[in-house]
Ligand binder design. Structure first.
Ligand code: LHQ
Length: 260
């Protein structure tokens, strides 16, 4: 049996591929466990400065595998599965102090859509689509969808998406605010790789602080957020990359950030 997750790292970019193409990369406990481990590996490898997540074959991820997750014989309850396997993966993405590009190459449904939206920059192929499949089978959105969606698309759209479970084409998802850019299908992989490579050459410490500040902003008052920004700026302005950025600006050349 082939590995449910492929992991390759080169030139500062870790590429994580969901790899069960016959079932549109539907999530088994083994897949989400390996995915969480891959996220952790990318986070702790100092040579990795950006992460790219995509799907093998024609889908991104069809959500929980209904043959394993939906089976009445499975050992863990849904809540246990989510708490022990899905949550570390989603939190690992959001808490990773490095940028994550999700390249949505096909349908992203159910928890697969949650994984797509947990990325920092979401790209999509023209034929990709987004589907809050949960209510169609009598479930509720999970793996962060009820947190991500209102923030990305606003409350009215989040409600309609979750309740109606309509399949939303990539371009419409972009117009709603879920997706940064849509590319012709045949260009997506190269564009996503180029974006991840670009991010891997940027000031990684500042990126980590930016992610942490944006993560905190939803729950913070303006005074608290201003204080967090000031603390983060104290850290960023002591980095080698800040010195390099200013020097490069003054010398009218491109900066060479080291991620330190
Ligand atoms: C699949 C799946 C799938 C197995 C396609 N499982 N085989 C829930 C429970 C517990 C804990 C954790 O969290 C969750 C959260 C969730 O994610 S619940 C939501 C689960 N996902 C869904 O309900 C989506 C089900 N799939 C679909 O609605 C369609 O397959 C979509 C709209 C994703 C794609 O449609 P098509 O492009 O028409 O492809 P297809 O339906 O023909 O699928 C291709 C193959 O993949 C097919 O197998 P086959 O042997 O006939 O070629 C499907 O059975 C299989 N597949 N999704 N989730």
């Amino acid at each position: 049996m082939s590995e449910p997750i492929l992991y390759e790292a080169a030139d500062g970019v870790a590429r994580i591929t969901l790899n069960r193409p016959d079932v549109l990369n539907a999530i088994t406990p083994e897949l989400i466990t390996a995915y969480g481990a891959a996220i952790e590996r990318a986070g702790s490898d100092e040579t990795v400065r950006a992460v790219l997540v995509t799907g093998a074959g024609r889908g991104f991820c069809a959500g929980a595998d209904l043959n394993s997750s939906g089976s009445p014989n499975r050992k863990m309850s849904s809540g246990e599965l989510l708490r022990t396997l899905y949550h570390p993966a989603i939190l690992g993405m959001r808490n990773m102090p490095k940028p994550i590009v999700t390249a949505v190459n096909g349908v992203a449904a159910g928890a697969g859509m949650s994984i797509a939206l947990a990325g920092d920059i979401v790209l999509a192929g023209q034929s990709a689509s987004f589907l809050q499949a949960f209510s169609k089978i009598g479930l509720v959105p999970d793996a962060g969808s009820t947190w991500f969606l209102p923030r990305l698309v606003g409350d009215a759209r989040a409600r309609a998406l979750a309740l109606l479970a309509d399949r939303i084409p990539a371009e419409e998802a972009r117009q709603m605010g879920m997706v940064w850019k849509v590319y012709p299908d045949e260009q997506l992989a190269a564009e996503a790789q180029a974006l991840a490579a670009r991010l891997a050459k940027m000031p990684t410490r500042a990126y980590g602080l930016i992610k942490a500040a944006l993560n905190a902003s939803g729950g913070n008052s303006l005074p608290d957020q201003l204080e967090l920004e000031a603390g983060s700026q104290d850290i960023a302005s002591k980095t080698e990359d800040f010195r390099e950025g200013v020097q490069a600006f003054l010398q009218k050349r491109q900066p060479e950030f080291k991620g330190r």
